[in-house]
Design a protein around this ligand. Sequence first.
Ligand SMILES: Cc1ncc(COP(=O)(O)O)c(C=O)c1O
Length: 387
Amino acid sequence: MEFSDRLKNLPPQFFATLVQKVAKAVAEGRDVINLGQGNPDQPTPDHIVQALSTAAQSPLSHKYSPFRGINELKQAAVDFYSREYDVNIDPNKEVAVLFGTKIGLVELPLAMMNEKELMLLPDPGYPDYLSGVGLANVQFDTMPLLEENAFLPDYKQLTPDQKEAARLMYLNYPNNPTGASATLEFFQETVELAKENDIAIVHDFAYGGIGFDGKKPISFLQAKGAKEVGIEMYTLSKTYNMAGWRVGFALGNSKMIEAINIIQDHLFVSLFPAIQSAAAEALNGSQECVEELVALYEKRRNTFIEACRKIGWNVKAPEGSFFAWLPVPNGYTSEQFADILLEKADVAVAAGNGFGKHGEGYVRIGLLVDEDRLIEAVDRIEKLELF
Ligand SMILES: Cc1ncc(COP(=O)(O)O)c(C=O)c1O
């Protein structure tokens, strides 16, 4: 049987290798502390599960959803953005309902770009952006996110040719994997760059709900003129521990939203209506659960970072997301260091080079286990005497 070039061109799934290595270690009976992945460990708050349960019993939920999602969810997304970010969105033209934001990020190049056209991606960055590149068969250039620039891209480094050719740019703050946050000035600069060079912007706000030290992450749509040049993608996966539910939305530029909706008209019949109702409840309901979750992650972050510094590991505290981005000791590559931690300390971390060339020299850990396991992980690492 023959398969398409498109299928053959798809990049290998970076996390699949890590999952295999961890599964092998666990199968050998080892007590692995898995800090390598990004799967929230806490349950979905009760009131959201209850809303699903109630909505699941309504016969309305048993029919096809309207193609472009139920109005209740789109209105909830709009009200949420008005309340949380003081941003005005038209629920009819400026919101698209998504099966999680991964699908939105992957389908957008298909909807907006022709083959071989150029998109700009952050390096290091979320590996699944490359799935969209592969499926649409477009080209990409990367924008290095360097520690000395607070992990923001330096637009001065883009060449005139890149600015001329680029059709689409992805950004993501709070950032996976670095944990860095963006400023409003940076987003404003992004809008100007986009206007001058006719580049469509997508801000992936997956960790929008998770900012530390009392600093609320800034929405790209808060920048003046943002809606003229781009959209933001928001997921319920992280803010409400709903990763398995597959629900998110895109908002902003009406032409880009229409492009997403057209491609989705051909791919899907939107989400199970009861999931959409429960997502509306998450957005409309009390946000106390989010405050509690952020406090939990912040406590874990503080404990972990303090423990690392105590053993002489000079690490920076993340400003948001649930990741920490840690430099590897001299003399090791990211992959060698990650392998040693797994083999000799039974601690799984993600090697930074899996997020791009500029991820080399770092590993990423997720703050997704209890504090005592985080401390134990650092204790085990201390015994290797690498610092
Ligand atoms: C940066 C980033 N963007 C998008 C996603 C996708 O989230 P979802 O598809 O669950 O909405 C993730 C998930 O890990 C992520 O880390």
